[in-house]
Ligand binder design. Structure first.
Ligand code: PGA
Length: 259
């Protein structure tokens, strides 16, 4: 794991934007795995800037979002489809039929999940997966206790996640209890993973995920077994890491060929 600690979310987003731009410049038909929540917003703003100011094109890119609430239509302002349209897809040149999000209104949720896995496989697999992390350690909506080998499926949200996400809804009772999420195993199949976390509220879980034991109780900790992960955090989210000074030293002294 490479741990990158920068002073602000914007600086973290700029690093992420550069990595994604390099990927797309080398492989215009790259496959991106995308996330929702507050965390990826600075990254999406940076991608929009790169598109508008530097001509980065997403016209051949395919994307797969991690998850969607069950029971919300794509027009619902709290659906992840709506979020992605507002925060990214509507502002870049990605083709709408290349930007995939699980259908939370599918009649047959199980076959929707199987088809989603199949679509990822048919695209050639995810080149780069963007992740946030839940305060309970979830990635996607893989809550504590999720099988570390799981694939796209239905999950029940934990009370902690419902509470965390209630801020987007008028009241906590409106937060759907179920979702479709890529599995931990689906995420682990990605070629590269960028995990972002910002703010003091994420400091405890980042230290557990990065430096604690690998455990289904902290699903993000499985990333310790992935060969190509960058954990990009601001100072606040990185503040409880035991090896903080070492991570900073590594980043500041990267040999040119590696940077
Ligand atoms: P957040 O959510 O970015 O809104 O903190 C992260 C997550 O739940 O994965």
């Amino acid at each position: 794991m490479e741990i990158i600690i920068r002073p602000t979310p914007e600086e973290c987003a700029s690093i992420g934007g550069r990595i994604i731009a390099n990927l797309i410049n080398g492989k215009p038909n790259a496959v991106l795995g995308l996330a929702t929540g507050s965390t990826p917003i600075p990254l999406y703003s940076e991608l929009i800037r790169l598109h508008k100011e530097e001509g980065l094109s997403f016209s051949e890119v395919t994307s797969f979002n991690l998850d969607e609430y069950i029971g919300l239509s794509g027009e619902h302002p709290c659906s992840y489809q709506f979020f992605m349209d507002e925060e990214l897809f509507g502002k870049i040149d990605i083709k709408s039929n290349s930007a995939h999000i699980p259908n939370g209104e599918a009649q047959d949720i199980q076959s929707e999940c199987l088809q989603y896995e199949q679509a990822i496989r048919s695209s050639g697999g995810i080149d780069l997966q963007v992740l946030g992390i839940g305060s309970d350690g979830h990635i996607g909506f893989n809550e504590p206790g999720s099988s570390l080998g799981s694939r796209t499926r239905i999950k029940t949200l934990t009370g902690e996640t419902i509470e965390d996400n209630a801020r987007f809804f008028d009241n906590p009772d409106q937060v759907p209890r179920h979702c479709i999420t890529m599995g931990v195993g689906t995420i682990m199949d990605s070629e590269t993973v960028l995990l972002f976390a910002f703010g003091e509220g994420k400091a405890d879980i980042i230290s557990k995920a990065v430096e604690g034991p690998v455990s289904a109780m902290v699903p993000a900790s499985i990333l310790q077994l992935h060969p190509n992960v960058k954990v990009i955090v601001d100072e606040a989210a990185g503040s409880k890491l035991a090896n903080i000074s070492y991570y900073k030293e590594v980043y500041e002294n990267k040999p040119d060929w590696q940077a």
